[in-house]
Design a protein around this ligand. Structure first.
Ligand SMILES: Cc1cc2nc3c(=O)[nH]c(=O)nc-3n(C[C@H](O)[C@H](O)[C@H](O)COP(=O)(O)O)c2cc1C
Length: 406
């Protein structure tokens, strides 16, 4: 029996049936009104049948006025409660847990689909030619900050009532929580900015609000950056301090990732060649984190062989292996690993055939999201799907949504 197949008990007492988790991937197949669809629910049924320990959903937005993508699911009230229940029910009878990932995009919100864009400070994204797709954000007022904190708690409670067995705060990849943490995007000089203690206040208040709403026995996780990989940005030392603070508060699962829209280290770009070849981009960092927390650790990014995953568990570096892109191409991945059918998997970097489009970063994620869409339509993944089609469809979604802004 592989270590990957062993069960794992979270601090709250809840049990994961094995050590494989599907990390969050924005599916972008909600309705244009940002409700879950049958297609989305079907994709999760397919994944649940493969028996991973945990399915973390793609980011669910807590405010309909703040979207990362055109077809994100938004949870801000109970208007889609039955669909949320159906989504949670996809794991019924499988032993797999399903948690929503809760997010607010802050300044990483496309101008075309958002009327107003808010962030800790009025600092624009610096993404070369792609910067024009984003607005300069309006700094959040004290009152607006507390309202967003409440929104995280409200969404978590609704999802708990709908049947989800835990939740994850998206504290990584340059979205709002991560914007508060970084001194580059947070230049405030009130209680939310300046010292790390102040910059970490937002994530701690989000955690506390969710805990108040869901109770002590409900698992709450966080996905956090090891670093932003930007000079003067959120550093490894600061990340470790935030891990220490969240651990003290009682967080149940810490998923390590890294990067932002400006520096997309989470999918391996901008990483050293040696890091990419070695797999598991943030392995060195998680070893350091292990020495400062006794909370469960999950690592996501770059795992591609069972041998490396097993070794990381055997070395005690982490407790849960997170996989994202491999789940798009092999939806029954956990089962295939356990049966010995799969020992290694490849995830291509799809191209549109046009360098300037590829460079803008508009192909890879939509290509993988399209594979999720196929699962939801009862189709199998298709490795030779066109990168240009993926780019075209995600752009079309954005254009259509721009006419129906919330
Ligand atoms: C299509 C797609 C959508 C993603 N959406 C999210 C998301 O909503 N939230 C998140 O935390 N990470 C998201 N990610 C990043 C993944 O969770 C993961 O960190 C990254 O793909 C590296 O893991 P991998 O090498 O196993 O793919 C996304 C990745 C892909 C490919």
């Amino acid at each position: 029996m592989k270590l990957l197949q062993t069960t794992f008990s979270l601090p709250s007492g809840s049990l994961l049936q094995n050590r494989i988790a599907k990390s969050a991937m924005s599916e972008n197949i909600g309705t244009l009104k940002n409700a879950p669809t049958k297609q989305l629910i079907k994709a999760y049924k397919v994944w649940a049948k493969g028996n991973p320990g945990l399915l973390i959903t793609g980011n669910v937005m807590v405010d309909s006025q703040a979207l990362g993508e055109a077809r994100n699911v938004v949870v801000e009230d109970r208007s889609n409660f039955k669909l949320l229940q159906a989504w949670a029910k996809t794991v019924e009878g499988t032993g797999t847990q399903i948690w929503p990932q809760l997010n607010h995009p802050g300044r990483q919100a496309f101008a075309a689909i958002n009327k107003e864009v808010v962030a800790p400070s009025a600092v624009s994204l610096k993404m070369g030619g792609a910067s024009s797709m984003f607005k300069k954000p309006t700094p959040l007022t004290e009152d607006a900050i507390w309202k967003i904190i409440k929104r995280f708690g409200n969404a978590a409670k609704i999802m708990q009532d709908a049947g989800f067995s835990g939740c994850q705060i998206h504290g990584a990849h340059g979205y709002l929580v991560s914007q508060f943490l970084s001194p580059l995007s947070n230049t405030r000089n009130d209680q939310w900015g300046g010292s790390l203690e102040n910059r970490a206040r937002f994530v701690l208040e989000v955690y506390k609000e969710i805990r108040t709403q869901v109770g002590a026995a409900y698992p709450i996780g966080i996905k956090i950056n090891s670093a932003d990989f930007q000079r003067g940005g959120f550093s490894e030392e600061e990340s470790m301090e935030v891990v220490r603070l969240l651990s003290k508060e009682g967080i149940d699962l810490i998923e390590i990732s890294g990067g932002t829209y400006e520096k997309p280290a989470m999918v391996g770009h901008k990483q050293k060649k040696s890091t990419q070849e070695r797999e598991a981009y943030f392995l060195d960092y998680i070893e350091k984190v292990r020495s400062i927390t006794d909370k469960p650790l999950m690592l996501t990014g770059g795992f591609r062989t069972v041998a490396v995953m097993e070794q990381a568990l055997a070395d005690g570096k982490l407790d849960i292996v997170g996989l994202a892109r491999p789940f798009c191409l092999s939806p029954e991945l956990a089962q295939d690993i356990f049966s010995g059918k799969t020992t290694a998997f490849e995830t291509p970097f799809p191209s549109s055939g046009f360098r300037f489009i590829d460079k803008m970063g508009g192909v890879e994620l939509p290509w993988y999201a399209l594979q999720i869409g196929r699962l939801g339509k009862g189709k199998r993944p298709k490795k030779n799907l066109s990168g240009l089609t993926a780019f075209y469809l995600s752009t079309k979604n954005m254009i259509v949504k721009s006419f129906f802004k919330n």
